[in-house]
Design a protein around this ligand. Sequence first.
Ligand code: AHM
Ligand code: MG
Length: 341
Amino acid sequence: MSKPIHAVTPSAKVITIQQHILLQEKKFPGASGEFSWLLSGLTLAAKMIEAAVRRAGLNSILGQAESSNTHGEVQQKLDIYANEVMLHNLGVRESVGVLASEENETPIIVHNESNNAKYAILFDPLDGSSNIDVNVSVGTTFSIYRRPVDVELNEASKWVLQPGDQQVAAGYVVYGSSTVMVYSAGRGVHGFTLDPAIGAFILSHEDIRMPEHGIYYSVNEAYADTFPEGYRKFLAGLRQGVLGRKYSSRYIGSMIADFHRTLLKGGIFLYPPTDDHPNGKLRLLYEANPIAFIAEHAGGIAINGTGPILKMHPTSIHQRTPLIAGSPSEMNYLIECLKAE
Ligand code: AHM
Ligand code: MG
């Protein structure tokens, strides 16, 4: 008699991002499932952007576009494509009311006839894009808010000008040696690695906790002479071993990649005020807030030099801010140095 054929069962440990979100939602009776549908728009967009990033050297998409974005910076073609992919994939979700992108001058109202439109999604479609043509990691950030009570659909700015502590979820995708999506909906920080063979994000970093300290600091030291004194003292202190360890520096110049390393290995990422950017270079809504949300939910700290990033009340949608995020040990030492200034 022939033996029965057993189906090859994949490891029970394989959990996709979709399954993970559904499992999380099940823990909260009454969850509508809208959030997982929204997240699926983000994962689809991430896969489309990653496919374009991976092909960037192969087709003529590489290179600079003719246009400039709202900050007068030359946009890379991939920036434009990534922006369109995000706008399309999120814009078709009925629960989305407003989209705001680093690449667009004003927020975009979508589904203006739907009462179900209750989320605003803010994003930087392709951060660090000046690194594309030299094959260095880039990323996408996202930040999700609920429409504030008593705010009409057409008051788009009010949807998006909320402090970071009102984010219901946030995260980023880093297109590096692999593609990783990190998100938090306020209950832990989780990381998923894209398996290109099956096109799914697989849980690879469950409940990420930022180490208490690290051995790297990450800052553009070419600007160090123009940092306020507290930052210079702090960096000198790290080099001199004030915290009892030897530090090394790492700076990619691609915030998401620099922060992702800091999240996993510990240490500190800094973009302080400089002569050229006295209010910092990074954007509060698209860059600092999602990074701060992830840092704080992983046990780290994120500040603007005077207080927590997540407590800042934005006044304009493309506002810049200094951003410093990292492990408690380095962050607390920095806070001391800045206070002593
Ligand atoms: P971008 O949004 O125009 O790509 O600029 C943001 C990037 C960050 O990824 C990175 O941290 C920073 O600019 C690097 O700036 P600098 O070259 O001044 O160090
Ligand atoms: Mg950016």
